[in-house]
Write a protein that binds this ligand. Structure first.
Ligand code: ADP
Ligand code: MG
Length: 415
């Protein structure tokens, strides 16, 4: 049963009533443009066919009652429940959606049933699919009149209340994607553009067998890269004599032609304290940027990290051109270059991801790369239609995790 039918059926069997609205929101995967977003540089994700459906009806009770086909613990929360205080993690998303809508719900509660065919917690953004579908269903059931931009913004805000660090790109692609197209998202200045994909191409995602890590060492590794790329941006802005308002981002200096050449003049390794002083960034600001634990004397590979980000942004431009020209070989080469850069310069691949990318390429993919933050999680490959089963088979044999086709699909919608 597809998720929309399953969510509606679960609603009927749980609450012995008809849902007022059923909404569907897809998961997403990023084709290219990794670790560019928080540097103000573009990404090229697409929504996938796998999705989460949410069936909703208003209730008079001031209560949120929720059930999920995938998570057995039912929810029964007062309308004003603090999302962070819910002991069952999936209940946080219900409390968070209600919290961001606030007085728009006029104190009424809701009954909610969820069903999904997205593997949860594997990097395909099942959390954003749930949040966007829930908000869209509540919008329809309560007649709130939210537009797509409000839907994406509320969803990002709700996920942050539920405890996730999220920049908003996932919610944006899930809200705005068009069937058969990638969605190029720019941040400086904000812009969005669908990039239609030739019908003869197929995309495969495959798990490395290692979960994408969260918290602890993974958060420190991520923070180190955020800080190092901010330092690189400040140093480059200084070298270029560029006046930038606020915190310089690599996205600001990337627009200046000489930036990619000057990257080679950055310090290869530097302690954050020394590099921050040279860049004129107060140390306290760096500590604030790094939300987790942060050692200001750690040696950061500033040059290598900056080189990845600037080159990756250029690859997003070239990838859009390759997709528009129907040049599969060119796109494949860009994906291979992206993976090599993530492995060697950004240092966020793993031997399992490297082996997976190699296996998919050997099996006939035009190109493959890790997708998501790295250190585990998934890889994505592109191939000519007809070769996807060979690529899926090779990926499953290499990594032992799930591997399946994903097709650029429409964004969130009512069933
Ligand atoms: P990802 O977004 O990459 O899938 P996250 O850890 O951000 O991984 O989100 C996964 C969480 O989202 C789950 O642990 C659960 O709390 C919630 N979730 C996802 N899918 C569902 C579902 N079908 N029903 C209820 N909660 C879900
Ligand atoms: Mg998530």
């Amino acid at each position: 049963m597809d998720p929309a039918a399953a969510a509606a059926a679960l609603f009927r069997s749980t609450f012995a009533a008809e849902p007022a609205a059923v909404a569907i929101a897809p998961g997403r995967v990023n084709l290219i443009g990794e670790h560019t977003d928080y540097n103000g540089l573009p990404v090229l994700p697409f929504a996938i066919g796998q999705s989460t459906a949410v069936a909703v009806a208003p209730s008079g009770a001031g209560l949120l009652e929720g059930v999920s086909r995938e998570f057995p613990e039912p929810a029964r929360l007062p309308l004003g429940a603090d999302p962070a205080a819910c002991p069952e993690p999936w209940h946080r998303y219900l409390a968070a959606a209600a919290a961001v809508l606030g007085p728009r719900l006029s104190g009424r509660g809701a009954r909610i049933a969820v069903a999904s065919d997205l593997p949860p917690a594997s990097g395909l953004s099942s959390s954003s699919a749930l949040t966007v579908a829930l908000l869209l269903a509540l919008d329809a059931a309560f007649g709130l009149g939210l537009d797509r931009a409000a839907l994406a913004a509320f969803a990002a805000q709700a996920e942050r209340l539920a405890g996730a660090e999220t920049g908003g790109m996932d919610q944006q692609v899930i809200a705005f994607a068009e069937a058969g197209a990638l969605l190029r998202i720019d941040f400086l200045p904000p812009a969005m553009r669908p990039v239609p994909v030739p019908a003869g191409w197929a995309f495969v995602v495959a798990s490395s067998g290692q979960p994408a890590p969260k918290g602890g060492a993974a958060r420190d590794a991520y923070n180190e890269r955020v800080v190092a790329t901010r330092i690189a941006a400040a140093l480059l802005a200084d070298m270029l004599g560029a006046e930038i308002e606020g915190t310089p981002l690599l996205g600001h200096v990337a627009a200046i032609d000489a930036a990619p050449v000057l990257v080679d003049e950055l310090p290869a390794r530097s302690s954050a304290r020394k590099a921050a002083a040279a860049a004129g960034i107060p140390l306290e600001r760096l500590v604030t940027l790094a939300a987790g634990a942060f050692d200001p004397d750690a040696q950061l590979p500033v040059r290598a990290y900056a080189r990845h980000v600037l080159a990756e942004a250029e690859r997003v431009d070239l990838a859009c051109a390759a997709v528009e020209a129907g040049d599969l070989a060119a796109l494949g080469e860009l994906m291979a270059a992206s993976h090599a850069s993530l492995r060697d310069d950004y240092r966020c691949s793993t031997p399992a991801l490297d082996a997976l990318v190699k296996a998919m390429t050997r099996a006939g993919a035009a190109g493959a790369r890790l997708t998501g933050a790295g250190f585990g999680g998934f890889a994505i490959a592109v191939c000519e239609r007809g070769r996807e089963q060979a690529v899926i088979g090779a990926a499953a044999a290499a990594a032992g995790g799930p591997a399946f086709e994903v097709a650029p699909s429409a964004g969130a919608r009512l069933a």
